[in-house]
Design a protein around this ligand. Structure first.
Ligand SMILES: [Zn+2]
Length: 472
């Protein structure tokens, strides 16, 4: 009888939690890590995978992606396959709903572990612009009961007043629900000004600050100074915040204009202003024809950026209600934010995310690998940013490390190609050589979401957010 289901043989194990960076074999039994050992007998395994020359790290956990909502002219669930191909094994969807999450996993799931937060969109997902405190309490509980880990505030698109924002954060904290915030209130915006508001909004509470890089685009001050200030605000609230930043240059936003031709959301208005375009439909059309603004469209199993005349055609056909992208994220800001450490040597921004999924910018792994090649991060630091810290942020205590008994979620990286080569979830391959080979998915819910998860028929796991870095 074979003792092990799978041995990953001869790779360099990168397990920051256990301080392990060495060439060794990794054995998997029944979907769990059995052991890491310098030399295991291949005859004792049902399957042996040669990973010599590769990096073997705990499966990548993407703490900010989009697979369950917000998309206009494409199917967001296509993002599951896109993430799997990029090496992701666990994803936090930053703004959909329980039903869209479950539906998407069933239709287009690619074998990932999936958690989501409920997008607060007045007039669409919630009735009121400024819900009362009791209404907020019910909204948060409703989010948990529909299978989400908590809620997402979309300050760059649907900002609330500072008071309502504070009330939402507090309600989440009281129920120990996850709370992600794309910064900005009616008094600030989706820029450094939104981050300056955070200490007052949060008080002594807890919050996930979304995509820190997007507030360091040089809109309020010069970008390096914005990074310094952002880092000092995050550090001043140490222990209260989860944070991530993504590395892709293109952002993701909406092209939507109102009946008078004004661009509706703060994020695209800022993108247009950054390059001197007017924040209206004419400015948007010119930005598209100049190649500055791209339109996002589905092409087979992928989502792609479309430019110039082809983009304008889609923009007009959809009457501006289309996903857009601008190359506004500065690599210099991304570099500063990903590498910055505090006096104790801990990273100030916890994780590298993609803000991708069904947006074509799932580059977290390859860009972080490139930083290792560049000498800016060590291999263990890469694994910390891509897996260990994210696992703590979400309270996924069985993930992010290779201790015996941990979930056998693994991402194998090929440093020679600067790309992910294979990934496993619970010991089963979901990606091989860049092809997605999994289906379905495991839903991650809180206790309040167990009933809906059970009814969905999907495999699920219960997360105890009181054990997450956000609340522990
Ligand atoms: Zn996002």
């Amino acid at each position: 009888m074979p003792k092990y289901d799978v041995i990953l043989k001869g790779g360099t194990i990168l397990d920051p939690a256990n301080g392990c960076e060495e060439v060794a074999d990794l054995a998997i039994v029944a979907g769990k890590i059995e052991r890491v050992c310098p030399e295991l007998d291949p005859a004792r395994a049902s399957e042996v995978v040669d990973v010599e020359g590769k990096w073997v790290m705990p499966g990548q956990i993407d703490t900010h992606a989009h697979v369950a909502g917000l998309a206009r002219n494409w199917d967001p669930a296509i993002g599951y396959g896109m993430l799997a191909r990029a090496g992701t094994t666990t994803v936090l969807d930053m703004g959909g709903s329980g039903p869209t999450l479950i539906d998407g996993i069933k239709r287009r799931g690619a074998g990932l572990n999936v958690a989501g937060v409920f997008a607060l969109i007045p007039g669409a997902t919630i009735p009121s612009d400024e819900p009362s405190a009791p209404a907020i309490k019910d909204i948060v509980l409703g989010a948990l009961r529909q299978g989400c880990l908590g809620v997402k505030l979309l300050g760059g698109y649907h900002p609330f007043s500072p008071e309502t924002t504070s009330n939402i954060i507090r309600a989440c904290n009281e129920q120990q629900a996850y709370v992600g915030f794309h910064l900005g209130t009616t008094e600030s915006g989706s820029h450094l000004g939104g981050l300056r508001e955070v200490p007052k909004l949060v008080g002594d509470g807890r919050l996930h600050v979304c995509h820190v890089n997007s507030y360091c685009r040089g809109l309020v001050a010069d970008a390096p100074a914005e990074c310094d200030e952002a880092l000092s605000i995050l550090e001043s609230m140490r222990g209260q915040l989860n944070s991530e930043a993504y590395h892709a240059v293109p952002n993701g936003t909406s092209g939507r204009c109102d009946k008078d031709g004004a661009v509706m959301a703060d994020v695209p208005r800022n993108c247009l202003r950054l390059r001197g375009y007017s924040a209206d439909i004419d400015g948007m059309r010119r930005a598209i024809m100049d190649g500055y603004a791209s339109v996002v469209a589905q092409k087979g199993d992928e989502v792609v950026y479309v430019k110039r005349a082809d983009a304008l055609k889609i923009f007009d056909e959809t009457r501006t209600n289309v996903g857009m992208s601008f190359p506004v994220n500065l690599p210099d800001s991304a570099f500063r934010l990903v590498t910055a450490k505090n006096a104790d040597g801990d990273f100030i921004v916890d994780a590298v995310s993609t803000d991708g999924g069904s947006h074509p910018r799932n580059v977290a792994i390859q860009s972080t690998m490139a930083l290792v090649q560049f000498g800016a991060l060590s291999p263990l630091e890469m694994a910390t940013k891509l897996s260990w810290n994210p696992s703590r942020m979400l309270g996924l205590l069985n993930k992010g490390h290779f201790s015996p008994g941990a979930d056998a979620d693994v991402t194998v990286l090929d440093p020679a190609k600067n790309a992910p080569a294979m990934s496993l979830v619970a010991g089963k391959p979901i990606m091989v050589d860049g092809r997605s080979v999994g289906s379905g998915g495991t839903l991650l819910v809180t206790r309040e979401g167990e009933r809906v998860a059970e009814a969905s028929g999907l495999p699920f796991e219960t997360v105890d957010l009181s054990k997450s870095k956000l609340y522990a």
